[in-house]
Design a protein around this ligand. Structure first.
Ligand code: AMP
Length: 362
């Protein structure tokens, strides 16, 4: 069997690496011929909405999936009519627009921050009056890793926020004074089988995930997160990995966003769970039995952004696994990650502290 992946970033590369032991082959579509996926599969060069490249990809594989969210849904509808395209285009489309996403959360009774559509400076003034300050103005589309966001603290910020972002459709959200950010990652196969990983606690800075700790144990939050995730899966008749990122405020989950793909906060599952999110995604879209999502210890995952230490510098820390994506260093670019797996939370935290020290020593 051959799987086509739209996008040959690190997520696509890790999907392929997890699928080779299952006897699978991979072909990518990407604009860049030296994207991380090139190390593990052939790349068909083209834009994500290039009909010729998409048709070539589809003609060469049995199933098509994606490792990025900004794949234009209209461009892939043709493929989806002819070849299994999973997760379904409806979920892909649903995650691309923050307004649609939050409207869906609200409709499915998944708590989400207060929000309002903003298409003019007057809309923004009204949204601030209704929802209050502080708040976050975000682009509706193509925002990720904190890009396309403006935090408003006072009314004086309205004008600058509008000038900075106002050329595209926007959403204004109430600021959530959260105690923690967590994510749930689950998987549903084409046969309807579902499995969920334990929650991961995520630390962001400047909108970018810096490190995650898993499992984050809270029986109540786990149950709640799984209920919301399954609701979304059912809504989309989903197949593949699905992620929801939440804020935790006063013991309640508030959904920030969903991702219809393998997720950075699930990288720990490669070494820290019985079956990785990558392998389970592949199994799910092929209708294979899912693997156990049980953790096999206490894990932490640290992202390397902009710079990456050498393997030699980190592998001396107990329980550390090193992943370099083979990318050219650039500011704010995710270049690799490390996962620590330990028998106890305290051993994990000790190795994590050492790892963060190496990351920050430059
Ligand atoms: P996003 O691009 O929506 O995932 O946002 C990136 C990060 O910005 C989140 O992980 C939070 O740390 C922060 N953030 C986004 N929206 C809000 C909000 N409504 N209230 C508080 N923090 C937020």
């Amino acid at each position: 069997m051959k799987i086509g992946i739209i996008g040959a970033g690190q997520l696509g590369r890790m999907l392929a690496l997890s699928g080779y032991p299952l006897g699978l082959r991979f072909v990518f579509l990407d604009q860049s011929e030296d994207a991380p996926g090139a190390q593990v599969g052939r790349i068909i060069k083209g834009a994500f909405d290039d009909p010729r490249a998409l048709a070539e990809l589809a003609a060469n594989v049995d199933v098509v999936t994606f490792d990025v969210e900004n794949v234009p849904v209209d461009a892939v509808r043709d493929i989806a009519a002819k070849k299994p395209f999973l997760p379904p285009p409806s979920a892909l489309g649903g995650s691309q627009d923050r307004l649609d996403e939050k409207t869906l959360f609200r409709r499915l009774k998944i708590p989400t921050p207060e929000f309002a559509a903003v298409d003019s400076q007057d809309d923004l003034i009204r949204a601030v009056e209704k929802i209050g300050l502080p708040g976050v103005l975000k682009t509706r589309r193509l925002g990720y890793d904190g890009r396309g966001q403006y935090f408003l603290r006072t009314r004086d910020d309205i004008e600058i926020a509008w000038t900075t972002l106002g050329s595209v459709p926007l959403i204004y959200e109430g600021f959530v004074d959260f105690s923690r950010e967590v994510s749930i990652i689950g998987v549903r196969s084409t046969k309807g089988e579902i499995a969920c990983y334990p929650l991961s606690a995520n630390t962001h800075s400047q909108g970018i995930l810096r490190y995650s700790i898993a499992p984050y144990r809270s029986a109540t939050l786990q149950r709640q997160a799984e209920t919301y995730l399954k609701r979304l899966m059912k809504h989309f008749d989903y197949a593949g990995i699905l992620t929801i990122e939440f804020f935790v405020k006063r013991g309640q989950l508030i959904a920030n966003e969903m991702a219809p793909r393998v997720h950075n906060s699930g990288h720990w599952t490669i070494e820290g769970a019985a079956t990785s999110q990558f392998e389970n995604h592949v199994r799910a879209i092929l209708g294979l039995p899912l693997g156990s999502t049980q953790p096999i210890g206490h894990s932490a995952m640290v992202n390397f952004i902009g710079t990456i230490p050498t393997a030699a510098a980190v592998l001396k820390i107990p329980g550390v696994h090193y992943h370099s994506y083979g990318k050219e260093p650039r500011p704010n670019r995710k270049l690799g990650h490390c996962t620590v797996v330990a028998a106890s939370a305290s051993a994990r935290d000790k190795s994590l502290r050492q790892l963060l020290k190496v990351r920050d020593s430059k």
